[in-house]
Design a protein around this ligand. Structure first.
Ligand code: SF4
Ligand code: SF4
Length: 165
């Protein structure tokens, strides 16, 4: 009798099964869902990747390949920049080690879970968009830098500016 009662109770409960693919485009995955690794770009086509290669080293499967290049800045200095950031979703185990190893917060998970393709080569994606570049760091000017009071024992108080590097 108790079993019958539980059966009837569950029969009347609202159904929570997702009707996929009928609800395609409307279904919402939970916030922490790791669907696909991405590299977010801002409105100015800038990303945060400095081509340091830490994510490539952290990945246990060789899923990520970071190709860097040397560029010359406006002030004539040579610096390392991202050429290609390649991600092979076919070998990704969604472990998140790459994103956690990134000191620049350049990687993020999207909620896209539809990865089926007809050819393997299309599983390899280039993250940095054509013409994109790394976001410029905002360096505090001496005028805007915070003022720190430096005290010397028995002498006058001196004010110095600190600069963020
Ligand atoms: S995504 Fe992050 S860890 Fe990977 S190369 Fe770019 S800055 Fe380095
Ligand atoms: S989630 Fe894991 S397997 Fe996938 S690219 Fe990142 S480190 Fe590699």
């Amino acid at each position: 009798m108790q079993g019958m009662w539980i059966t009837m109770l569950n029969f009347c409960r609202p159904k929570i099964t997702e009707q996929y693919p009928e609800n395609r485009g409307k279904n919402q995955m939970f916030d922490r869902f790791r669907g696909e690794l991405t590299m977010p770009h801002n409105a100015k086509n800038e990303h945060k990747c400095t081509a340091c290669g830490l994510c490539q080293s952290a990945c246990p499967n060789g899923t990520i390949t970071v190709v860097s290049k040397q560029i010359t800045t406006e002030d004539g200095k040579t610096k390392k920049a991202l050429d290609k950031h390649l991600y092979d979703i076919g070998s990704c185990t969604f472990c998140d080690l790459c994103r956690q190893s990134c000191n620049f917060n350049a990687l993020a998970w999207s909620q896209n879970f539809e990865h089926a393709v007809f050819t393997r080569s299309t599983l390899v994606k280039q993250f940095n968009k054509p013409g994109s570049k790394v976001e410029e760091k905002k360096v505090a000017t001496p005028a805007s830098a915070p003022t720190v009071k430096k005290e010397e024992s028995g002498k006058n108080t001196e004010e110095t500016n600190t600069q963020q590097s």
